[in-house]
Design a protein around this ligand. Sequence first.
Ligand SMILES: *Cc1c(COP(=O)(O)O)cnc(C)c1O
Length: 238
Amino acid sequence: MTKDVKGGISENIRQVEEHIRKACENSGRNIQDVTLIAVSKTKPVSMLKEAYDCGCRHFGENKVQELVDKYEQLPKDIKWHMIGHLQRNKVKYIIDKAYLIHSVDSLRLAEEISKEAQKKGVTAHILVEVNIAAEETKFGTTREEALALVKEIAHLPSIRVEGLMTIAPYVENPEKNRQYFADLYQLSVDITRENIDNINMGVLSMGMTGDYEVAVEEGSTYVRVGTGIFGERHYNAV
Ligand SMILES: *Cc1c(COP(=O)(O)O)cnc(C)c1O
């Protein structure tokens, strides 16, 4: 679904927050349990400052270099979310800067994160990315392999699984993704029942501009909204 985004950043944020509030109301959820991540990839620091001034403290980036650059230029109380595919050789640059890494989909990547976190004396907080709709073009572990991966990561030092993340299919009608969000929620319930040490399933990162209301109704705790706040992205512009 393409939403017409015409307003200024502050107006957009107010609108998104209002939609989240309504979705919580519809589903009997507490608004405190849902956090809006402003996905600022490709957008200039000036626009992030504007969102910051509206109260946004959670920002999402999908490229290591861009996250590091913006981290250095913006206030230190911002919580940076690494939401994009992460290469192992770049983990070291963000390990002490990312508040949460959403995109862990292999043991090898988790091992690298664990190793770098140990070196820096920090604990890395991560989500396991699940390709819930089994789309060929997407990263993420399969629904079937998620539990096994979580169990393996549980043994690693200096890394803590906080929950699951998914990128749902791009659809015109967000209702088409409702079942996928419900499936990710159910998967987190199933993993919780296993009572694995060092594993938390409190976080569900799901929902983007086109479908975040439905995701909230199905249990999302972090929605990742880019276009709905900052407008369309122009990848060819620098
Ligand atoms: C870009 C991106 C988003 C935001 O997408 P919008 O449709 O602009 O809200 C959310 N999650 C991930 C992983 C992304 O890469």
